[in-house]
Design a protein around this ligand. Structure first.
Ligand SMILES: Nc1ncnc2c1ncn2[C@@H]1O[C@H](COP(=O)(O)OP(=O)(O)OP(=O)(O)O)[C@@H](O)[C@H]1O
Length: 269
């Protein structure tokens, strides 16, 4: 990864947005001396699902974690460049990281509900952020979040049971409901279906589609069919570089860069 990155191919349709929810400019990430992400620039917009695809180890999860400063939790990780949320530099020392992570929520590969009741899993975030004024307010937030996550009917009679007692797919939807409960603007998803069976995967994919009108969603996925199903925009990464960024349909049917074409036709990766 020592050589200079080739220029990213950005399709015209995505070039001129000037009201992007989040922008990254020249972002590089190092683990110690090793560069895992190399000068990546991208805009992420509300009302769209943006998929990050690319072969294993190309840096897509590392780059995703830059958007809510999750790399801060890794001692040897160092982030360079500029990332803004609504024009505000999220790496500014005045940025409240707890607040940032409420505005830019994250759903992980493995469902990770708290070992607490279903109700508490949702109520925890609004409580620490002071979002609910009363018990009835909190009840409403819990119901709305679970409804939006497509889980309310399945759990409304067992809100006191532990979140960890749910099936894997339900746990993942609980984690999505938990992210929604603090009223985020962006939801980052790092391979959210990789631990789920096909039926649970289909439910989460449907949910992503329903949520997209409300939030900017960025999803890292290994699965190209999934990227094609759920996203409207796709960014292809290779060896730490963003190779190409365009409308999903174009990326899959008419890629401009040779490396994208080779990847989507299965020639490598
Ligand atoms: N905590 C870490 N410490 C050191 N190196 C890391 C760490 N996390 C990731 N890396 C390295 O950074 C590079 C990019 O990893 P990353 O997980 O971001 O890639 P990825 O494209 O998401 O891969 P995958 O699809 O396999 O999850 C890899 O070479 C990886 O080994």
């Amino acid at each position: 990864m020592a050589e200079a990155p080739e220029e990213t191919v950005v399709h015209d349709e995505l070039k001129f947005a000037n009201d992007s929810k989040m922008t990254a400019r020249d972002v590089s990430v190092y683990y110690g001396a090793k560069k895992a992400v190399d000068r990546v620039s991208i805009d992420v917009d509300s009302h769209f699902v943006t998929a990050f695809i690319g072969p294993s180890g190309c840096g897509k999860s590392t780059f995703l974690r830059c958007f809510n400063r999750m790399n801060d939790t890794i001692d040897i990780a160092r982030v360079e460049g500029d990332i803004q949320l609504d024009g505000e530099n999220i790496y500014d020392t005045r940025m409240d990281v707890v607040q940032l992570r409420a505005r830019v929520g994250m759903v992980f590969q493995k469902p990770n509900p708290f070992p607490k009741s279903i109700y508490e899993n949702i109520a925890y975030g609004p409580r620490i952020h002071g979002i609910a004024d009363s018990k009835s307010d909190m009840d409403r937030i819990v119901e709305t979040s679970l409804t939006r996550a497509g889980l309310w009917n399945e759990v409304k009679d067992r809100l006191d049971e532990s979140g960890t007692a749910l099936s894997g797919g339900q746990q993942q939807r609980l984690c999505i409901a938990r992210a929604i409960a603090v009223d985020p603007e962006v939801i980052l998803m790092d391979e959210p279906c990789s631990a789920l069976d096909p039926i649970a995967t289909a439910k989460v994919e449907e949910l992503i589609d329903e949520l997209r009108g409300r939030y900017a969603i960025v999803i890292v996925t290994h699965n190209m069919q999934q990227a094609a199903r759920v996203s409207q925009r796709t960014a292809f990464f290779h060896l730490g570089n963003l190779v190409e960024y365009g409308p999903t349909e174009e990326i899959f049917t008419n890629p401009r860069a040779d490396r994208t074409r080779d990847y989507i036709t299965g020639r490598f990766g």
